[in-house]
Design a protein around this ligand. Sequence first.
Ligand code: AMP
Ligand code: MG
Length: 263
Amino acid sequence: MLRVKPRARVVLHDAKAADTHGWHKRGAEDALEHNKKRLEQLQYTLYAEGVESLLVVLQAMDTAGKDSTIRNVMTAFNPQGCTVHAFKVPNDAERQYDYLWRAHLRVPPRGSIAVFNRSYYEDVLVVRVEKLVGATIWKRRYRHINEFERLLTDCNTRIVKICLHISKDEQKERLEARLEDPAKHWKWDAADLEKRKQWRDYMQAYEAMLARCSTAHAPWYVVPSDRKWFRNFAVSQILVHELESLSPQLPASSVDPEHYRIF
Ligand code: AMP
Ligand code: MG
């Protein structure tokens, strides 16, 4: 339902950000808890099997809740089998390589899960809107990215890409809340206001990314995120669905318990 079909034209209307698809808060919160238990079991088996891995990519405008989704949903996973990496403005060392290099370094090994808090998609989002490179350069990146993701999926990494969609009004409220609460001041970044001024350009860049890079092997999901409870529930539902479709199995056991006695 939230999955973007390959080559589909997606319009990120503000109104869609508040959609809860018929769910109510209580039911969604219960379903989230249920899903988290299921995620824990699925990860256990994925790890034990040690064959496939899962890469979760999170992209969103500021305040949409990437951090909070990680805290509320990804905590279902055992830290031993899960890493989270936040992609910031590339540092001096990272700038010496192609833009996919730093992401490739952090893809999950077999049996593991990696969560990307922002990703190489910044290279067709902020980089495009802020004109950090010319159009001929960012335009060819959609193809690089699709091929990079094809490489990973061909080598046993399932890729799930989630775009947390908030409305401009909801962002205003969340930015105001950040200003009002001293405990949230550390998150304050005046640059977010500059990005907010270019909202329309960002939506266009997001729409192009969704249209060009939602593929059968690495789909994008757009999650309405004005309601935090719906966002958390929907992300958990997507992860359960994707991990179940991988259908991890415990390795066949050659251990005969009758054979051993433990003193
Ligand atoms: P935050 O996620 O709030 O810590 O902010 C990280 C910042 O890094 C965001 O403003 C991103 O747009 C920026 N960023 C991430 N990747 C890139 C990139 N490849 N090029 C330029 N800026 C980036
Ligand atoms: Mg920030």
